[in-house]
Design a protein around this ligand. Structure first.
Ligand SMILES: Nc1ncnc2c1ncn2[C@@H]1O[C@H](COP(=O)(O)OP(=O)(O)OP(=O)(O)O)[C@@H](O)[C@H]1O
Ligand SMILES: [Mg+2]
Length: 284
């Protein structure tokens, strides 16, 4: 692998979806209309002229409101979706943690899914057998190994998915929000493993609505809004720009609470005189 080339190179990328203008009630009606050519669509761009480079060893955060195109971009990088125009070059093996349960068969047990998911990620059965105990230990799902995955909680599915995907030290790890369903102990464990992978050279792409997590883990970030890159580069700078715009009401009203919360220095200024003097406030 050429060290100088970016691990992920996204160049003037567009992804278009067609949104039906009218409701079609049945498959039969759909085909009749298609044959007659009377199906009408509105073109809609989930990603518009996106250009991003992710270098080896980067922990690259993607931030933005719901529907801004983060998952669509990750799916294109993971190779499960094609761009409508533009270029996406990925150099190296990819372990995608994109949708909860993707690469799993919910009718199979956790044990069977470790083999299924491992194979989907390109591992040989002998390798999975060799690392099986480590995967199970990390997931802490020993007691549930022979339970069908459809009876797992979402946090348990995330544990299994993360444990399998990170056992093989992929070149690129893609995490789309799925870790947020794990409890805080598991999240800490995942962060620790991600840090280990990162120090071993794995490049990480991380989507999270927790700006605090992005600021803590990433060195670079991009802020997407309605499919367009509003800012990219140094993580702290991009997060600050996002937060400033959100606080200024420029992103609408559906803004996460951790962004709307006052910054630490503002919060200090709001301390009441009683607290300031070390006196507990009277209870009501
Ligand atoms: N398969 C699809 N067909 C049609 N529209 C789609 C499809 N997938 C995504 N979209 C649309 O593309 C836009 C971007 O969706 P995407 O899932 O990438 O957003 P996101 O940034 O990941 O949002 P969230 O924070 O809610 O996960 C949305 O308007 C969504 O409705
Ligand atoms: Mg998403």
């Amino acid at each position: 692998m050429d060290r100088d080339l970016p691990m992920v190179e996204i160049d003037h990328l567009y992804r278009r979806f067609n949104m039906a203008k009218e409701k079609v009630d049945s498959v039969k009606e759909y085909f009749l209309r298609k044959v007659k050519g009377s199906l009408s669509y509105d073109a809609f761009y989930a990603l518009e002229d996106v250009s991003i480079n992710v270098e080896k060893g980067d922990v690259y955060g993607l931030i933005g409101l719901n529907g801004s195109g983060k998952s669509t971009l990750l799916k294109i990088i993971a190779g499960v979706m094609k761009p409508s125009a533009g270029r996406c070059v990925v150099r190296g093996s990819v372990a995608p943690l994109i949708e909860l349960g993707a690469g799993f068969d919910i009718d199979l047990t956790g044990r069977e899914n470790i083999f299924l998911n491992g194979t989907v990620l390109g591992m040989e059965p002998a390798y999975i057998r060799q690392r099986f105990d480590e995967i199970v230990d990390f997931s802490e799902l020993q007691e549930f190994l022979d339970v069908q995955v459809k009876n797992y909680s979402s946090g348990m599915v995330a544990r299994l998915a993360f444990s399998v995907a990170t056992i093989m030290k992929p070149d690129i790890l893609i995490c789309d929000e799925i870790l947020s369903v794990g409890d805080f102990l598991f999240q800490q464990k995942c962060e620790k493993r991600m840090n280990e992978l990162m120090s071993g050279g794995t490049t990480v792409l991380l989507v999270s609505h927790s700006i605090e997590q992005i600021e803590r883990m990433c060195n670079k970030a991009a802020w997407l809004n309605h499919g367009k890159v509003m800012a990219q580069g140094d993580c702290a700078g991009v997060c600050n720009e996002y937060k400033e715009n959100a606080r200024a009401g420029k992103l609408g009203e559906d803004v996460p609470e951790d962004i709307l919360a006052p910054a630490e220095d503002e919060a200090e200024a709001e301390v009441s005189p009683a607290e300031d003097a070390g006196q507990p406030e009277a209870r009501p």
